[in-house]
Design a protein around this ligand. Structure first.
Ligand code: BGC
Length: 754
């Protein structure tokens, strides 16, 4: 920078900081004066959120009748509603409140915009497999644009719960098992949702959820007890939340589970001590659906009045569907059990977000019916979700066959392709779970996508995956018995050059309340796979699933396996592009795939035991019936080309910025993208550290024969850790380092942090 431009830069920065400050002062003055005018009941009203009578995303409380809700809306006793969609509906409720309540404080409309509103991107776990922060940010912006155009102000996303248990159905909603990757992806999502200006027409407020520990439900059973040590809490569970707070996430949702015996909603340590005091979070905390009320079932509160007292004092600012605040909080203040300061603080936090959304300037700013029409599913949005869908696909296997060829990519002149599996012809399941704003069966199926490439495709269902109705509310019933379609599928397979089998889970088999005790291919699908394999071994297995699966048989026998998760609206187009090589797969697993469900929880960044190796007969840490190794490790994913890692260089002369460089070369025949991943191991520390920890990654593309030097910088932030008391420390000593295309292989070296 020249001197002149430097002076200009500083002048601009000072000017912008002053402008920001002036805006802040104006907002605080507005909110203070509004607060002065509010009665205690009206303040409590701001802390009350109702479900908006249309979709439900949790159990419906007995007293959830519409008449009472309408009355309370008119009285200004409701600060927010969720699950209302469409500008017409939003406008109707907003008008009721703005025109009829005494102070006319606008509602904030919340919605679970999880991986899109109408136009859907891959499920979040799938999208995480892209390791592409720009594509992920763009995908969240698509979601925000459509949601805002439909009147929504606020999404209950991203979920940044780390989870190591594929049995837990909600792994589909997060970014996988790793805290470093999870934090980066969570921040990208917040940037996509919120942008720099919350009042813009294409941004909405985001939520970091569920604070905290929800992903560690025992045995992967949703809502179950959580019991984790503090080292795990500070080093694994907290960092993504902290990163989101540092990136100005506007709200945080607490969680259903207990932590050290205290439910999230009544947890003062989490909400006040850590979130608001230590991390200086200045947005507001929303409870989870009825999570306040659930403290009664937990045995933590004796009745709804105590729920209100415990929740408010613990720092839960807004009550979703427990009716605790609206029923009891005002009296609790009068009785002196909750202070006015607690209420005022909560209300100010909520009003600030409304102010920043621009709702006080114009409560109907997100209610433009024309914009709603123009923005939904437009070409730019479709292109963005197709792009991230392609990037989310992970190639798990692509073996060289007897003649020296591989099955993938398919050639466009391929003579006879047979497609088998109910999921191949399904436009609904690939949309995945958590998509209440979208239309059923609005996705592109695999068959739709393939037909654009080749006319020579025949299809047999083989077997239904599910029986009966599938929707967000019903339990998905799996076909365990009906094999009547096997014969036709096997007959067809005999005639094929290549068989594409599309198998896996239904989109509603994962998500909230959808835990599984098995991780195999559900129903009769494994039998179908084996029956077809008997007559034709040239199978490409296209997996669709919302969680890691344990598929050791397929891994042993099937030459090509593609993990496609549930890819959203453009699913079939993305899969066809990858199968035919128009896009070279670049995804890497964000979560370990086990060999057997008995290995779960299985994750790459575990600690070393005192007996890690088979040095003895039986007395070492292992199973007698399965290896310790996963089927597919974290970070793993193949390409149609190959990459070589070489020339590791380390410069540890400056402990504040240790440099690690490596050269990556495309040694194959196709252009392709690679995700170079850097892992460290703190060899000896005052607290045992993981055998490996991801501390950097970089995604880039290389042409055949091309090389690139990738340089990583490791600072205290990457090399330090939290003690069990929550203190962040760095220690001198020796570190192992590995850089590669997966957590299980790469070039290795050692450095010393002085
Ligand atoms: C889920 C939340 C969700 C809320 C509102 C709850 O059941 O746990 O993640 O945001 O419902 O739909």
């Amino acid at each position: 920078m020249t001197r002149v431009s430097l002076v200009f830069f500083f002048a601009m920065a000072t000017f912008m900081a002053a402008a920001q400050n002036a805006k802040q002062v104006k907002m605080e003055a507005f909110i203070d004066s509004l607060l002065q005018k509010m009665t205690l009941e009206e303040k409590v009203g701001q802390m009350n959120q109702y479900n908006g009578f249309w979709d439900v995303t949790g159990p419906v409380p007995a007293n959830g009748d519409a008449k009472m809700k309408y009355e309370n809306l008119r009285k200004g006793l409701v600060g927010s509603v969720l699950n209302v969609k469409g500008t017409a509906n939003v406008r109707k409720l907003q008008e009721m409140v703005v025109k009829e309540s005494r102070l006319g404080i606008p509602l904030i409309f919340g919605f679970d915009v999880i991986h899109g509103q109408k136009t859907l991107a891959p499920i979040p776990l799938g999208e995480a497999a892209s390791w592409d922060l720009q594509a992920i940010e763009r995908s969240s912006r698509v979601a925000a644009t459509e949601a805002a155009a439909m009147g929504i102000n606020w999404t209950f996303a991203p979920m940044v719960d780390i989870s190591r248990d594929a049995r837990w159905g909600r792994v589909m909603e997060g970014a996988g098992e790793d805290t470093y990757l999870g934090a980066k992806i969570g921040v990208a999502r917040v940037k996509g949702f919120q942008g720099n200006d919350l009042s813009a027409p294409n941004t909405i407020a985001a939520t970091a959820k569920h604070f905290a520990g929800y992903g560690f439900a025992e045995a992967g059973r949703d809502y179950n007890t959580v019991d984790v040590g503090t080292a795990t809490l500070y080093n694994v569970i907290f960092p993504p939340f902290k990163a989101l707070v540092e990136n100005d996430v506007k709200t945080v949702m607490n969680s259903f589970n207990i932590l050290n015996g205290v439910p999230g909603t009544g947890n003062k340590f989490l909400q006040r001590d850590i979130l608001k005091d230590k991390w200086h979070f200045n947005g507001f905390v929303i409870s989870d659906w009825g999570s306040g009320m659930e403290m009664i079932a937990h045995g933590f509160a004796k009745d709804l009045e105590q729920v209100a007292e415990l929740s408010a004092n613990a720092g839960s600012d807004m009550d979703m569907e427990s009716y605790a605040y609206v029923t009891h909080l005002a009296q609790l203040v009068q009785k002196g059990k909750v202070s006015m300061a607690v209420v005022d603080d909560a209300v100010k936090r909520i009003l600030r977000v409304k102010y920043e959304l621009g709702l006080f300037d114009d409560p109907y700013r997100y209610c433009d019916a024309q914009r709603e029409k123009d923005m939904i599913g437009n070409a730019d949005q479709m292109a963005a979700v197709l792009d991230v869908a392609k990037k989310s696909i992970v190639l798990l296997r692509n073996e060289t066959l007897a003649g020296g060829k591989k099955l993938l990519p398919l050639s466009k002149t391929q003579q006879k392709i047979v497609v088998i599996g109910a999921l191949a012809n399904d436009r609904n399941s690939p949309l995945g779970s958590w998509r209440i704003g979208s239309d059923d069966s609005s996705g592109v199926s695999v068959l739709d996508g393939l037909k654009k490439y080749s006319g020579a495709i025949t299809y047999a269902k083989g077997a239904d995956l599910v029986i009966g109705k599938t929707d967000f509310i019903n339990e998905v019933k799996i076909n365990e018995t009906d094999k009547s379609g096997f014969k036709q599928a096997v007959q067809l397979a005999k005639t094929a050059e290549v068989v594409i089998m599309v198998l896996g889970e239904h989109g509603f088999q994962s998500g909230e309340g959808r835990s599984r005790s098995k991780l195999d291919l559900p129903g009769v699908q494994q039998e179908l796979l084996e029956a077809v394999y008997k007559v034709n071994k040239n199978i490409v297995l296209v997996l669709m699933n919302g969680r890691p699966l344990a598929i050791p048989w397929a891994d042993e026998h099937i030459p090509a396996i593609l993990e496609t998760w549930q890819l959203g609206t453009q699913s079939g187009n993305a899969i066809a592009d990858v199968l035919f090589g128009a896009y070279n797969p670049s995804g890497k697993l964000p979560m370990t795939f086990p060999r057997s469900v008995g290995q779960v929880p299985i994750y790459y960044n575990h600690m070393s035991t005192g007996r890690p190796n088979p040095i003895d007969l039986v007395f070492w840490s292992h199973y007698g019936d399965v290896s310790n190794k996963p089927l597919y490790p974290f970070g793993y994913g193949l390409s149609y080309t190959s990459f070589r890692y070489s020339g590791l260089k380390i410069d540890d002369s400056n402990p504040a910025a240790i440099k690690v460089a490596v050269t990556v070369t495309n040694t194959g025949k196709y252009a392709g993208e690679e995700v170079a991943q850097l892992y460290i191991r703190d060899k000896v520390a005052s607290v045992v550290r993981p055998v490996k920890e991801l501390k950097g990654f970089s995604k880039f593309s290389l042409n055949p024969g091309e090389s690139k030097e990738v340089v990583f910088t490791l600072t205290d932030q990457e090399l330090g850790f939290y003690t069990a008391e929550g203190v962040f420390i760095t220690e001198p000593g020796e570190f192992g380092v590995m850089v590669g295309g997966s957590s299980d292989s790469g070039v290795t070296g050692v450095f010393v942090r002085k």
